[in-house]
Ligand binder design. Sequence first.
Ligand code: AMP
Length: 436
Amino acid sequence: MPTFKSPRGTRDLLPPETATWTRLERLAADLAIRYGYRRIETPMFESADVFERGVGEITDIVEKELFRLAPRTEESGAWALRPEPTAGIVRAYIQHGMQTWPQPVRLTETGPMFRYDRPQAGRYRQFWQWDIEAIGDAGPAIDAEIVELGMRFYRDAGLVGVEVLLNSIGDPACRPAYVEELTDYYRGHLDGLPELERVRLERNVLRLLDSKDPAMAALNAAAPKITDRLCEACAGHFAEVRAHLDALGVPYRLEPGLVRGLDYYTRTAFEFYVTGREGQQQAIGGGGRYDGLVELLGGRPTPGIGFGIGLDRLILALAETGVEPVPEAGTVAVVVGADPGDTAGRLRVATELRAAGIAARADLGQRKLGKQLEAAARDHAHFAVILGDELAAGEVGLRDLPAGTQKLVAVADLAREIERAHGAHRHGAGAGAGPD
Ligand code: AMP
């Protein structure tokens, strides 16, 4: 048993699995650029107030799952690790006067989030999200654009069978009356409520709607639906969101029980699922509109919408649906030599190859040529560059390891020759799958 292990609910991401992470992060970054979202980096911890206000005090995320940091000095105040990125991004939007930028401000951030949750499959205490936020546009067209972007990400990632569940949860004009009606409804069925739900009933009744307790299923199915109680403005907005999704050809499923439990959400709410896995904790992404949040955190009233897509669960879903992991981009050339002591010579040639953009390493062990070649083959390198007597005449051996062929190449032409032969190999029959 090792003395130290990664903390419960966290894990080390190791090669070769990290190649898939790199691919997804690149895909997310490319899509963000294509859709006009610019990168923002906010701190991994904030004043806990940002989350208490921005996420809502009566939510699991804040009540039970917030990673609070023990204060070290007077100055540190009450800090917490970010459980989600939106509150921090909105805090930055206000702090840096982004209201004066052209609206909407489209921002993207990818990184680890922290929730002190009970760990289980697909639920970690540190997990990664790709986040998209558009602040300063009341929609409805941008709502559809954002949902479509999420769907495109899953599709480009290779995940099939992803479905969007869509709802509108109203706004301060229509939600209070609905909340009251819902509270009355559940109070009328108090006997049928599990203990936990009775407590929630008095604190955040909307949460009962997405309760995973089987005892709640029938009661929830018969509960009044927010979509039947929307004010005219919210109903119109919701109809337009759907019309825009239809125009884009993005299929969705209406789910009136989807409330997402966060205080600040208004109107559009959505979650991404792999069809047939809508069970507990299996959303692979989610988002919604938060028209009240900027004001709640001290800014001028400003609408906003965004999503957070969990990369950990996406990777699990890819594996479960049989998508092959991405092979690592390995070493293309290994520089070996007949003189075990000439590490400087091998290093110099490898350095030149790397300067020319080739993934090359030198064998830096002081061992016989045969051993160096064995190690190069074990690395699945395409080429061994062999330094021998011909070096005096400015030439080296270039061995194509899988093909078993070898020729002499002028050092001056080496990088070009490797580039050409490696490119031809990659684009030739049967190859092309590797990202290298
Ligand atoms: P939420 O803000 O809770 O809707 O989370 C957005 C997305 O982040 C979810 O759909 C998941 O994909 C992912 N996620 C949330 N919590 C966790 C967790 N504890 N472990 C792994 N992924 C998570």
